[in-house]
Design a binder for this molecule. Sequence first.
Ligand SMILES: O=C(O)CCC(=O)C(=O)O
Ligand SMILES: [Fe+2]
Length: 355
Amino acid sequence: MSSTLSEAYRDHPLHLHHIIPLDFNSLPDVPESHVWANSDDDFPADVDRSTVPVIDLSDPDATGLIGHACEAWGVFQVVNHGIPLSHLRDAESEARRLFSLPVRQKLKALRAPAGATGYGIARITPFFSKYMWHEGFTIMNSAFDHANTLWPNDHARFCDVMDNYQKKMRILAEQLTKLIFKSLDIYSEEEEEEEEEEMKWWDDDPSTALQLNSYPSCPDPSRALGLAPHTDTSIITILHQSTISTGGGLQIFKEGIGWIPVLPVSGALVVNVGDLLHILSNGRYTSVLHRVFVNQNWHRLSMAYFYSPPTDSSVKPLAKILNSGQPPRYRSVTVREFISIKAKSLDKALSIIEI
Ligand SMILES: O=C(O)CCC(=O)C(=O)O
Ligand SMILES: [Fe+2]
């Protein structure tokens, strides 16, 4: 399946200057190319209303809590998810090993202009006039080819840890997606195993990608941006973020409140609603706009696992949701087509397929 997801990206090659990251360690100041006019958004004073829900997966009401979080927030953090902290730490430490390599070494694994995997800057870069304080490494299933270039005699550890991490994430993503569908009430208790025709995809090969993100410490964080505002092209994204104590990090936008930090909770994973779930749920579960700020003292890492149906499957508002009399808000698109629309028009993609 990774090959078809790769193919979907191959149709939209980037220019080389849209791939090569800066050598962040060599910079005493933020270069003009990376300066963003950050409005100093005030964070909301009402802390209670502005804390992203943390959901215990072993809670008997986990389904209801997840449904509410997806509807009200488009994001939640999950604990008791069954993935041992040691696995998260191992993956983070392998990611750190990769990003700590000298730049000339990392460039050996540079993403090809029409490629989907390897080292490079954020895919959303061409939509913005400034560059981000960010470098990334994308894995689709096996990391072998790139890891073998980076560490010809020592790639096994990286590959094993990333393989294992993706396996664990796939199981969790499937479990969460089933709970999310259940929360949409699209099948009754008795029908639990009898999923709708359009939701059989998780038994096939879902389209998945693991995105390692690195945000080096920044000499002037108020003038830089780690990742510009975007929504994810996925059903859900499961994110592990390194536990840094101060400043910067992931923020989500909540209508009526503004930008809200998603503070790291040790061992918790952040779950985002992506565009494809937004379409399936006919807009009831909103794909959440998010961005990343950087900080002066810490090299922050995150690992985002994107979980989607196979690229040739069609995504459209689910029949059972429409049975309640709601008109469909979006036309049917294949995952591949939606990736293509998003590659051309980023934040307008959902409105382009609106009916
Ligand atoms: O680093 C983060 O917290 C978020 C990363 C992200 O949004 C992404 O990879 O799409
Ligand atoms: Fe994202």
